[in-house]
Design a protein around this ligand. Structure first.
Ligand code: PRX
Length: 668
């Protein structure tokens, strides 16, 4: 267990653990006081209204998040307007980086907002944003917020099909995209993906940022270049006055079926949580350079690569490309080049840096770093220690931050000036947040007992206010397991005797690949769309770098395979390739499976339910068994006893388990 150094403690906004006790006494009052520090056009009449499962914070309050970032910033507009808001680092080493001061960003946002108005975008209209990590992505998000349009950002590496589903669900009429972007030195033609993705949607206008040199087709009546749209627009756009409960954005996250869920974030609560969690957890100060490596397509990107640092008047960095491109030391070079003071990344990245070895970044100076953060998946003790020693040089606290797309902002983490920092434990609930760990019957568990992590009223201001167009799903996913008054996180956790929480992992069908969230259901639905596949089962297996990796068991439709194909000796390999292409087509390259196994059948119950649990058990001992040599030596690891597999008597086809087991053994 570690504690803050004197230096960190001296400068931290919060130094005293008294804050937890104070907040606990009356969390509603606590959040009310924090919210009061921000700029409201009109104060709320009620701080927290609870009509389970729905709730609202700052009822009747009127705000605009962009006024809080710019002209009415808490720090004073005159103080911040000439400081850098945003630094953009391109992937191409030879390309110039860009910076935008708060004033410049303000102007760009206003012009883009006026451009959207010109295209007919009104308050509450949904605007799709399908952009790489370039300044226009931030400008687009802010422009929507300025006029009260609801942004729905789609990760630029998502496939056209994934884009389409999101645009259809939101009925977006406008999409903002770019002609392309760089990824590992290659130009990705994003416009082509956008063109494919908007087929069958209500998108009438496509705004295209010219970012790369590739030529793209522009459809005359539909497509408009970003520069043409904003060139004659006024430098000022009046902020839309938003109700605290109005929707700020919709962000999709994996659903249990093929369709993702649109989580809804409300203007008031989200803003308050984004501001204060950033300030206290990352300890934003005037001369900080904050770098969150998360893409804007994910919630971490929304909150900590955009809104939170901006609300805090902090300078932050966004980077277009891959952290290891063109060489594995790129991330280290960026830290040194800009003098990054706070670095926030995922355990997958930390493990990748560790794999490259400390040698590759030895020559870089990390003296500016003062705080390190981790997010998205559990960080194991050894990665934690490595991050702490090799990057933070034992000076920088590691803030392991637990939260979810649904929570809008960080909810569990240590505070840098208070600590403690305990490897692989995320820390304490944020002041004012009540959590518990419950057993299956809903009984609160003592320390060291693992159970379901839940959040109790009054929750936190940034917790999602609904699932877009799907109240049933909202109720079922979050408010049914422990009743309508307890938010069910779907994470298993336990706490130590000091109350520090350790997240063990998901209890549902979510797989976390490099911190990216997928469900087995959505991956299976994508694969099943392939005409040659009859059915499939997807599981997550442990992966040394990515945390988890995707493994597919697929059953092919032999009747759809042509005679010629059947005779081909490579037929199995071909079908496996088809599965990989299919998943990349439907979701994107980030969901590429590590292994595909073609099997005759899948283990199923008599009612036809696929038993993924059994597949997972079959696989796990092989994976963790280590090297071939070790496995051969230790036969028990490859010899699955019935006990290890659990009860097979409920299966309609228990014989298939052995067959799959043989296929697995052969492949390893
Ligand atoms: O299982 C938890 C894991 O990521 C899930 C939420 O994923 P997503 O909505 O994609 O948001 C990720 C970024 C906020 C959680 O239910 N998770 C997130 N942070 C941590 C974590 N697991 C362990 N430690 C964390 N720090």
């Amino acid at each position: 267990m570690y504690f803050p150094t004197k230096e960190i403690k001296n400068s931290a906004w919060v130094k005293d653990k008294k804050i937890y006790k104070q907040a606990e006494k009356n969390p509603i009052k606590f959040w009310e006081d924090l919210a009061g520090k921000l700029f409201w056009h009109k104060k709320w009449r009620k701080t927290f209204l609870h009509k389970p499962p729905y709730f609202q914070w700052f009822v009747g309050g009127k705000i605009n998040i962009t006024s809080n970032i710019f002209e009415n910033n808490f720090l004073g507009w005159e103080k911040i307007k000439n400081k850098n808001a945003l630094i953009w680092e391109p992937e191409l080493v030879e390309e110039q980086s860009k910076t935008l001061t708060y004033n410049e960003l303000f102007r760009e946002m206003n012009r883009a907002a006026n451009g959207l108005i010109k295209l007919g975008v009104k308050k509450e209209d949904r605007v799709g944003i399908y952009l790489p990590m370039i300044p226009e992505a931030i400008i687009s998000i802010l422009a929507c917020a300025r006029i009260g349009a609801i942004h729905t950002v789609v990760f630029s590496a998502f496939s056209p099909s994934a884009l389409k589903v999101r645009l259809q669900d939101t009925d977006a009429k406008v999409l903002i995209t770019s002609n392309g972007y760089y990824r590992k030195g290659k130009i990705i033609d994003l416009k082509k993906n956008a063109d494919d993705g908007i087929k069958g949607t209500k998108v009438k206008k496509v705004i295209v940022v010219k970012h790369t040199d590739n030529k793209v087709k522009m459809k005359k009546t539909r497509d408009i270049w970003w520069n043409d749209l904003i060139k004659n627009q006024s430098d000022y756009c009046k902020p839309a006055i938003m109700d605290s409960g109005d929707t700020l954005f919709i962000l999709y996250t994996s659903g249990s079926t093929g369709r993702p869920k649109g989580t809804i974030q409300s203007c008031g609560g989200y803003m308050v949580q984004a501001y204060w969690t950033g300030k206290w957890i990352f300890d934003f100060h005037q001369d900080d350079i904050f770098w969150s490596t998360a893409d804007l397509g994910w919630i971490t990107g929304h909150t900590y690569s955009c809104y939170s640092p901006l609300l805090n008047g902090t300078t932050f960095l966004i980077y277009e490309g891959s952290l290891d491109w063109p060489k594995p030391d790129r991330w280290a070079q960026i830290i040194e080049k800009y003098g990054v003071t706070i670095f926030y990344t995922a355990p997958t990245a930390v493990r990748m840096f560790e794999k490259f070895g400390a040698k590759i970044f030895k020559k870089y100076n990390f003296a500016t770093l003062r705080i390190l953060g981790s997010v998205g998946e559990p960080i194991d003790e050894s990665a934690w220690q490595w991050y702490f020693e090799k990057i933070g040089k034992k000076r920088c606290p590691i803030l392991d931050t637990w939260w979810q797309t649904e929570t809008g902002g960080i909810l569990i983490s240590s505070l840098p000036g208070v600590g403690p920092f305990k490897p692989s434990f995320t820390g304490l609930p944020f002041p004012g947040l009540k959590t518990d760990i419950l057993d299956e019957k809903g009984k609160s568990l003592p320390s060291n007992k693992q159970g379901n992590l839940v959040i109790l009223p009054p929750f936190a201001p940034g917790l999602l206010s609904g699932i877009y167009k799907n109240p049933k799903k909202y109720l079922k996913t979050y408010w049914s397991q422990c009743g309508k008054k307890i938010y069910y996180t779907s994470d298993a956790a336990y706490k130590d005797k000091n109350g520090l929480i350790r997240i063990v992992g998901r209890t549902d069908d979510v797989i976390k690949v490099a911190g990216h969230r997928f469900t087995t259901g959505e991956l299976e639905a994508a694969i099943n769309l392939h005409p040659n596949i009859r059915e499939c089962a997807v599981i997550g297996i442990p992966d040394k770098i990515k945390g988890e990796a995707i493994v597919v068991f697929a059953v092919s439709k032999s009747e759809n395979v042509s005679l010629k194909e059947k005779r081909s000796p490579n037929i199995k390999e071909q079908i496996k390739k088809q599965v990989i292409i299919q998943i990349r087509k439907e979701i994107g390259p980030i969901a590429t499976p590590k292994q595909v196994y073609l099997v005759r059948d899948l283990p199923k119950t008599r009612s036809g339910k696929i038993m993924r649990r059994i597949l997972k058990r079959l696989f796990t001992p092989l994976e963790i068994a280590g090297t071939e040599k070790k496995r051969k030596k230790n036969k028990s690891l490859t010899g699955f006893t019935k006990e290890k597999l659990g009860d097979l008597s409920t299966l309609a086809n228990p014989e298939i388990v052995e067959k799959i087991q043989r296929i697995l053994k052969k492949s390893l």
